[in-house]
Design a protein around this ligand. Sequence first.
Ligand SMILES: *Cc1c(COP(=O)(O)O)cnc(C)c1O
Length: 496
Amino acid sequence: MNLMYRSTRDSSNRVTASQAILQGLSSDGGLFVPETIPVLQKTMEELSKLDYSETAFEVMKLFLTDYTEEELRDCITKAYDTKFDTPEIAPLKKVGQVYYLELFHGATIAFKDMALSILPHLLTKSAKKNNVKEEIVILTATSGDTGKAALAGFADVEGTSIIVFYPKAGVSSVQEKQMVTQQGTNTNVIGIHGNFDDAQTGVKKMFNNTELADRLKKSGYLFSSANSINIGRLVPQIVYYVYSYTTLYREGQIAKGEKINFTVPTGNFGNILAAYYAKHLGVPIDKLICASNENKVLYDFFESGRYDKNREFILTESPSMDILVSSNLERLIYHVAECDSNKTVELMNALSTHGAYEITDRMKSNLEGFIGGWASEQETRETIDKVYRESGYVIDTHTAVAVSVYDNYTAKTGDAVKTVIVSTASPYKFGKSVLEALHIPEVPEDDYDQALLLQKVSNTAIPGAVEEIRTARVLHSKVCETEKMQAIVEEIFKII
Ligand SMILES: *Cc1c(COP(=O)(O)O)cnc(C)c1O
């Protein structure tokens, strides 16, 4: 029996895993969620003997049941190879009292590589299984990291094309350079005059436009999404929560059955939602600490039960978390509403009409285990400096938000449960912010000079991704107004 996925907005809208991956978003605007959350079939003891790829297979086969074992293994082998600069794929480092789960060893030195290195393979297999003849067009809005990771994943993958929209003034210089130098005949990168939410809204509009979909189809194309709303992104992210637990167990850091906390720097709520699924899979997890930067919509939500995006959008030094509408939260809303799609529709309609909604007391009580926290820009900088002075370990701005939130949480609660900090980006990706936080005088403007300095300070090797963009040519320079996003897509694919 296949595990089916249903839309958060209409329970009768049911599809298989491969269909959900192909569609990205449900046609009613909802997100696909598994009808039941499976449980691990192996004990932690057994799982602790497996490497990353084998763990990925054990976890993903539970969720993606309409893929054959052979297909899944093939996807995993193609994804988790030497694109990662360490055979551990997701190494765990003990620094001081906490463990850092380093998810930045892939092609673009940020955590989105974990899922985006496998999604193209899941997607092309899915197209074959479902007899799709059209070319798949990946339409993506990015706050910086998804864009490059998706471009790197899809570049020159047969039967696919990719268009990435990013906020022209809202990503780091390294992030922008990584994207606009992307090679591959099927890649398109476009800056927009707007913020990430504008980009995301524009992309969502195109997805929900059935008239556009019809015209696309006539021209031989089909939209799909590589955004974190796609379950093909979500499922591979569950793997490293299992793997970090089994690593701790294998290394004798925790006893059998001992619960641990995870602190996750959060934006679109995809990464931490994967942790929630891992908890339901049977990983002994106590608290899931959701860390926000000054765009603290999620903190306010966990505190009050009210989600309110009516506020100023703040550009911070952790730009991948500058988000006011966390799309994946809809899945959690659906789960805590005990799979009530009518309730979910009501709240999501309130969000799009009034920019706010409030959950019921019962739903609030179902949020148990989640803790919200936020860090100011000042706290984030101080945390980078403090961690470095105490241990010599250099963390990036996103990871620092998580550490700051965790430090405040333990100071307030005294919670001594062992905690994994989910480390989402390499400090090399945000060199300038990191060096300034470390009070390095006269930080050079040039990205590569920053990397050289950071290498000296942190005593770590400069990642291949940074070496690469040093000499790469700019291949993409299109910029457009938010309202012109669809027109640009029609122009690229010559759709009439
Ligand atoms: C995307 C991203 C995040 C936020 O992850 P979500 O799944 O959107 O919550 C945090 N840190 C970095 C470096 C990212 O790229």
